[in-house]
Design a protein around this ligand. Structure first.
Ligand code: FAD
Ligand code: DHB
Length: 390
């Protein structure tokens, strides 16, 4: 089999790049380990920055997002029983975010690839990127027990944090930076009316909580939990009781509870691998970097990688200009690290750290007091939350 761009991973990064390239007449094949149903069953991101939304529109897959996604012009931070409003629109001169689930946008991308005959091969095994430093890289894989080979000009490693692409780079050619946090997020999806039309991030002495949503009939809630417990240790009742304790009284009294239709625990981690290129393979999205979810940056950081890669590929194939490919890693990492800084800061600001000293707790309180009393600090929060320019 032969194509121009061989893409490992059929998550949002791989599919979005494939669809954008298709619109420009550039051929790609996406190799995905799991079934479509499995990928769509993963409940993950919910907040899209406007730059990402523009990219979806450019890929021709923005219609449902624009019809069904909710534009959010602000959110609340609850602290000490009080709610502080972050007016994204006012603080950024008109910017906002779109609340639209990752599963929905991934389905839109699958539908678009299918409609235009795009090659997305599910259920591939033993995927291996090969000959990366040659002009003729290729990917070997197995499908239904049969060995296959995909020859391509370039390989994109978009196979998430646990994928094979990053691991195919020799250890002495890549540097990894990591911070692991001593807690996770327990997330629940429920067919209940959201407690608030806007998101609420809550800092409480019992731990962080987040009230989010997918629609006015579908709520998504998270609470900070110790990693010593598994998801089976949390009954729905225990989850709702703990969430209520962490929200201000005027919010918890309005909370509608119901059976969870999805419940999972995500560990929190900051991670960056540098550089994001090895030979003719480029890493994108979670394959190269992970953030703790607090600032809603993960999928949005993946989107900026795709933006840079897409334009680099266009310059290569349409103008014979390789500057974008040469600069990809440097350009992508500059924005990735800004997303890392913001996610780390929001995580430090809003969570309880079991081991921290009185001094650290005082700094955290001061950081919150400063934020709520300074227009400049609020502007900085809002500017990062809606997404820095690509
Ligand atoms: P992935 O979504 O991980 O996709 C990679 C794909 O590669 C997968 O489908 C996988 O099956 C496939 N794959 C893996 N290995 C192989 C292999 N060997 N061969 C072939 N295929 C392979 N981000 C935000 O921006 N906003 C949010 O609000 C937000 N909230 C989040 C909440 C939670 C609870 C979590 C866990 C994450 C959240 N994120 C958020 C992060 C976001 O979900 C990720 O950043 C995003 O999924 C990255 O997309 P990706 O395509 O790079 O990787
Ligand atoms: C959601 C997830 C996040 O990490 C976040 O910061 C905001 C919303 C969500 O899943 O809805």
């Amino acid at each position: 089999m032969k194509t121009q761009i061989g893409i490992i991973g059929g998550g949002p990064s791989g599919l979005l790049l494939s669809q954008l390239l298709h619109k420009q007449g550039i051929d790609s094949v996406v190799l995905e380990k799991h079934s479509r149903a499995y990928v769509l069953g993963r409940i993950r991101a919910g907040v899209l920055e406007h730059g990402f939304a523009d990219l979806m529109r450019e890929a021709g897959v923005g219609a449902r997002m624009d019809a069904e996604g909710e534009v959010h012009t602000g959110f609340d931070i609850a602290y000490d029983g009080m709610r502080h409003h972050v007016d994204l629109k006012g603080l950024t001169g008109g910017n906002s975010v779109i609340v639209y689930g990752q599963a929905d946008l991934t389905r839109d991308l699958y539908d678009a690839r299918e409609k235009t005959g795009g090659a997305v091969i599910h259920g591939v095994e033993n995927v291996q990127p090969c000959d990366l430093t040659s002009d003729n890289p290729f990917i070997t894989f197995e499908k239904d027990g049969e060995k296959q080979r995909l020859d391509c000009d370039y390989i994109i490693g978009a196979d998430g944090f646990h994928g094979v692409s990053r691991k195919a780079i020799p250890r002495d050619k890549i540097k990894e930076f990591e911070r692991v946090y001593p807690f996770g997020w327990l997330g629940v999806l429920s067919e209940t009316k959201p407690v608030s039309p806007e998101l609420i991030y809550a800092k409480h002495e019992r731990g962080f909580a987040l009230c989010s949503l997918r629609s006015q009939m579908l709520s998504r809630y998270y609470i900070q939990v110790p990693l010593s417990k598994t998801v089976q240790d949390w009954s729905d009742d225990a989850f709702w009781a703990e969430l209520k304790k962490r929200l201000p009284e005027d919010v918890s009294s309005q909370l509608e509870t119901g059976p969870s239709i999805e419940k999972s625990i995500a560990p929190l981690r900051s991670f960056v691998a540098e550089p994001m290129r090895y030979g003719n393979m480029f890493l994108a999205g979670d394959a190269a970097h992970i953030v703790p979810p607090t600032g809603a940056r993960g999928l949005n950081s993946a989107a900026s990688d795709i933006y840079y890669l897409y334009h680099a590929m266009l310059d290569h194939y349409k103008k014979g200009d390789d500057a974008g490919l040469e600069n990809y890693s440097q350009k992508a990492l500059a924005r990735v690290w800004k997303g890392q800084r913001f996610s780390w800061w929001m995580t430090m600001l809003l969570h309880n750290f079991p081991e921290t000293s009185g001094f650290d707790r005082k700094l955290q309180q001061t950081d919150l007091d400063y934020l709520f009393s300074s227009d400049s600090a609020m502007k900085s929060l809002a500017e990062n939350y809606v997404g820095l320019p690509f």
